[in-house]
Ligand binder design. Structure first.
Ligand code: ADP
Length: 485
């Protein structure tokens, strides 16, 4: 197998800057590809504040790329960083990337987001073109890098270093397509002859995902089920027809985790370490979480947990309808997240009314997230749709049994108790209704009451292989296939 030279271009990656699962994937899949002996470079914007906060050491790359965008010549100094052995190249443009949020203020979006990411995309192509070795694969992610495959097909089609590179475009969430007013086409020099319904036009607007779907050599999504779902009207976000036209290049590869980074045997953020067959530490983690939340410290009280963006997608409303009922039944509920103001307010008010049974931490907090994954009995993920979902993978890795809606990656990664009592790692429900969610939770709690049954499910979850090993091989097979085509 030849050693491939792969470039990842994305808008976030752990541990540099993270808002969600995209960062986990971009920060960990390249490490798994490197383990398979391929060369990977990751290109990201230089988010000055986030890098400082994360304590990432960077070095100037002694190169400045000049780029015209929106009538202004912008200077973009490049920086290098090596994190866990992975090479990053970071594109500085402080006016555009040195902001408090990655994509906008809390709950909003920056108005110049297309300018920010078009500039980044062009500079990233220049960076890829100037790497020492010829690039084999350019792997782009989500709407922020959606214009790259189109630019490579058009404005860079004769470029000596990148014209022969093949492009892979991964849809991490079809709900965020990057739609912008058409006036940006001229302001940013986007190839206008592709602005039509077969190209990147969508209801008279620019649609960055359409640009990538049309132009890339391969499209992937982050689970096989989601790859099928997005071809239907229910999940296709109005792109199902367009995706159908390109379905021959669409496939689904399930996400993995950096299992060294997410490991209850070694995690230093949690109260005590534990693992399969060595479960005492988990009891101490539960105790510590109950204390942190101001709950009664009681080993037998079910502790339900949820860590999520509080967006409509995540089915938070299904939790809210059930919460008081579950509190009356004596359960404890810990929620970490931020997002829709309505959801935040509802959770806040529940926490005020039931301080001994519902704890809500509003915000993004990785240390607390680890403590919750470790301390919980049950992890709730009632998503209306879920491309892959990493929360349930982390929960299982920490022996917290997920109760999930059977959709997308949740269906592909959590083995339902109803389907296999001996292999189950969690519980599914199908209808996106509070009642179906409640029934699934009660099934889980019936199992929880039987120590023998519960310890089997929890052990299955703890032992589940959520590493990248198999999926990284699938990506390599895909890369090789399109390179040979
Ligand atoms: P999405 O990418 O749609 O937000 P995923 O389940 O794929 O959902 O990934 C979410 C990632 O973000 C997980 O790593 C999860 O632990 C993390 N996360 C979500 N909300 C928070 C939060 N409030 N604080 C810390 N980590 C969070």
């Amino acid at each position: 197998m030849a050693r491939l030279n792969i470039v990842f271009i994305a808008s976030e990656a752990t541990p540099l800057a993270k808002t969600g699962g995209l960062a986990d994937v971009v920060g960990s899949l390249p490490l798994a590809l490197k383990k398979l002996k391929h060369q990977v470079t990751v290109i990201l914007p230089f988010y000055r504040h986030h890098l400082t906060e994360a304590g990432i050491k960077t070095k100037p790359a002694n190169r400045v790329i000049e780029m015209w965008a929106d009538g202004v010549q912008r200077l973009c100094p490049l920086h290098k960083a090596k994190v866990d052995g992975l090479d990053f190249i970071l594109v500085e443009q402080d006016e555009l990337y040195a902001r408090d949020g990655l994509y906008g203020p809390p709950g909003g979006a920056y108005e110049d987001n297309l300018l920010r990411y078009m500039l980044f995309d062009r500079v990233a192509i220049e960076v890829a073109a100037s790497l020492l070795k010829r690039v084999d694969i350019i792997h782009c992610h989500d709407w922020q890098t959606g214009m790259i495959p189109l630019l490579l097909r058009t404005q860079y089609q004769h470029h000596e270093k990148v014209s022969s590179a093949k492009t892979v475009y991964t849809i991490h969430n079809l709900a965020y397509q990057g739609n912008f007013p058409a006036e940006w086409i001229h302001r940013l020099g986007i190839p206008s002859h592709h602005f039509n319904p077969e190209g990147f036009e969508f209801h008279g607007q620019i649609n960055c995902m359409k640009a990538a779907i049309e132009s890339s050599d391969s499209i992937t999504t982050v689970s096989p089920s989601y790859a099928e779902e997005i071809l239907t009207a229910e999940y296709g976000c109005e792109l199902e027809g367009f995706l159908h036209q390109h379905a021959q290049k669409l496939s689904g590869i399930v996400n993995g985790l950096n299992v060294e980074e997410w490991n209850p045997l070694t995690d230093r953020a949690i109260e005590a370490n534990y693992g399969p067959g060595k479960i005492n530490g988990k009891k101490r983690c539960k105790q510590a979480l109950q204390e942190h939340c101001g709950f009664d410290v009681a080993a037998d009280k079910p502790l339900l947990t949820l860590i999520s963006r509080l967006a409509e997608q995540k089915g938070i409303d299904l939790l809210l309808v059930n919460a008081e009922k579950w509190i009356k039944r004596g359960y404890q509920i810990t929620v970490l997240g931020s997002g829709d103001a309505q959801n935040e307010e509802a959770l806040h008010s529940l926490a005020l009314r039931h301080p001994k049974q519902l704890y809500f931490f509003k915000g993004f907090n990785e240390t607390l997230a680890r403590q919750i994954y470790a301390g919980g009995d049950i992890f709730l993920m009632p998503s209306r749709f879920e491309p892959c979902g990493l929360g349930q993978l982390m929960a299982m890795r920490y022996g917290t049994v997920p109760v999930v809606r059977s959709t997308g990656g949740l269906r592909d990664t959590v083995t339902d108790y109803a389907a296999s009592k001996s292999k189950a790692t969690g519980f599914h429900f199908t209808m996106a209704t509070p009642k179906a969610f409640d029934i699934a939770l009660e099934e889980a709690l019936a199992a929880y009451k039987s120590p023998r049954v519960w310890s089997r499910i929890r052990n299955n979850a703890l032992k589940r292989d959520s590493s990248w090993d198999a999926s990284a091989e699938s990506y390599v097979t895909l890369y090789e296939r399109i390179l040979a085509a």
